[in-house]
Design a protein around this ligand. Structure first.
Ligand SMILES: [Zn+2]
Length: 174
């Protein structure tokens, strides 16, 4: 059953700029992905996905509250199913989709491009949907996602000045 989606809420992971949130290398025993990392953060906060939705998508993720992550290298990765109610914007979860871009306030060009493509694809699926930053919701005192979503939209979804992470900074924040 498709949910009625009224808004897309953009978040950041509030982790150091350029830190990928991968641990180890693929094949290593301790290898973890950003999906698993953020899932563990949200498990600690007590978020729980419903078993029925885990069967539909990403069964190993017990908690993650977002629907999409945008990795430092620009990959768009699905977490919760778009028709699964998220846990990312109190009071607005029932009718929203949550996107989390990895970083604090500077993002790679690949991330900006991925965000543009993801938002445009969701706008095609949900015509007229509102696009907001987490901090743009009434009553929110957080600064997440630490950039001005309205200005980004008004500028044609181009990377925002002062919020572009240079490639040579990637991975140096570990
Ligand atoms: Zn947020």
């Amino acid at each position: 059953m498709a949910r009625r989606i009224e808004r897309i809420v953009i978040h950041c992971s509030d982790s150091p700029n350029g830190r990928t949130l991968f641990t180890g290398k693929p094949g290593d025993k301790n290898f973890t992905t950003p999906l698993q990392e953020i899932d563990s953060w949200h498990r600690v906060r007590g978020f729980k996905r419903l078993p029925g939705w885990r069967r539909v998508q990403e069964p190993a993720l017990t908690s993650i509250g977002y629907h999409f992550l945008i990795y430092v290298a620009g990959a768009v990765v699905s977490a919760r199913h778009v028709d699964e109610i998220g846990a990312h914007a109190q009071g607005y979860n029932a009718s929203s989709i949550g996107i989390c871009i990895i970083g604090k306030d500077k993002f790679t060009r690949a991330q900006w491009e991925a965000l543009k493509r993801l938002i445009e694809s969701l706008q095609a699926t949900y015509p007229g949907v509102e696009i907001v930053g987490h901090r743009g919701l009434p009553g929110v005192t957080k600064t997440c996602p630490n950039f001005d979503v309205a200005a980004w939209l008004a500028g044609g979804k181009q990377p925002l000045a002062g919020h572009v992470l240079l490639d040579e900074s990637v991975g140096s924040a570990a």
